[in-house]
Design a protein around this ligand. Structure first.
Ligand SMILES: [Zn+2]
Ligand SMILES: [Zn+2]
Length: 320
């Protein structure tokens, strides 16, 4: 297809090149002859160049009776549950659970404020109620920061009781997101995905209406748009595919599938965007990179979910 585009542009600019010059009998700019040659070969291969692979976004029509629930997964849809923010806990109380005090800080930089840990925090901004020279170590990953800096970072987030180490991304507590309210439906359809000929397909349908941004969003009080909903996504109905679905349900409940922000494809701001967990929206081809076959997809999405703090342990936790 690229060859045709280039050739057409050049033909439009140089409409008077006579084709007989191809024989080389009369003087002709070699570059033009070459281009004409490309044009001729393009003309000789119309089938190859005019039939690009076909984009197959959707499965063939599915009747209602063919849609089944997924064995081992309860229900076929769920709405966003709005969990109340944990009240009565100050950021200092939240952080205390994850931190050990460091009496003799190492002679290193705090990577939040870039000051030495042996000096007071260099963070400028609303004053947390912590002494700026206190230093703490995160209990699991061992990274060390000014406690003042960690409190400031926590206050800049959605204050859900969780903390993520800015250096190694270890998550303390349960990370939640800011996905706006909506509905997630999931069921089996009888067709197979390319690369997964031996199983049926799990179809997920996300519906999120436009609305007004809440205090956790980039521009509270301002409206947000929601383009392309309902969005249809596909997983193979294999053991691993079902595992991914169960973890996506946890991600949905934790409001981590979507966020409000600026679309990287259209540049539109204040709109619903995907949030770092890739979905396959192309059923029968892979022209967009969001389709099948893709042998690594399930492992990649498991890694993306793990980066949000969601693994098989999380499905056990959710049942409590
Ligand atoms: Zn600091
Ligand atoms: Zn860390």
């Amino acid at each position: 297809a690229a060859v045709i585009v280039i050739a057409v542009i050049i033909v439009n600019r140089v409409p008077t090149v006579p084709v007989k010059n191809l024989n080389g009998s009369s003087p002709v700019n070699p570059a033009l002859a070459g281009i004409t040659g490309i044009l001729m070969s393009a003309a000789g291969l119309p089938v190859c160049l005019t039939r690009p692979p076909k984009l197959v976004l959707h499965p063939p029509p599915v009747s209602k009776s063919e849609i089944k629930s997924i064995p081992g997964v309860s229900n076929t849809s769920r709405k966003t549950t709005k969990k109340q923010a944990k009240k009565g806990k100050t950021p200092e109380e939240v952080l205390k659970k994850y931190l050990q005090k460091v009496r003799h800080p190492p002679d290193e930089d705090c990577t939040i404020c870039m000051e030495r840990l042996t000096a007071p925090s260099g963070y400028k901004g609303p004053q947390p109620t912590v002494k700026p020279d206190l230093v703490g170590k995160l209990s699991r990953c061992g990274h060390i920061y000014h406690i003042y800096c960690l409190v400031a970072m926590y206050n800049n987030g959605n204050k859900d009781g969780s903390l993520q180490c800015p250096t190694c991304k270890t998550i303390y507590g349960v990370k939640t997101g800011t996905q706006p309210p909506g509905k997630m439906e999931y069921h089996l359809i009888p067709h197979s995905l390319p690369g997964h000929p031996d199983c049926k397909t799990i179809r997920i349908i996300y519906s999120i209406p436009p609305g007004i941004q809440g205090p956790e969003h980039p521009n509270p009080g301002k409206s947000f748009s929601a383009r392309g909903f309902p969005r249809h996504c596909y997983l193979p109905d294999s053991e691993k595919g079902r595992k991914v679905l169960k973890l996506l349900l946890v991600a949905w409940d934790r409001r981590l599938i979507f966020a409000i922000g600026t679309s990287s494809t259209t540049g539109e701001s204040d709109t619903v965007i995907w949030n770092e967990v890739h979905h396959k929206t192309e059923f029968g081809s892979n022209l967009t990179g969001h389709g099948y076959p893709d042998a690594n997809y399930l492992d990649n999405v498991l890694a993306e979910l793990a980066a949000q703090g969601i693994s098989e342990d999380s499905t056990a936790q959710e049942k409590d």
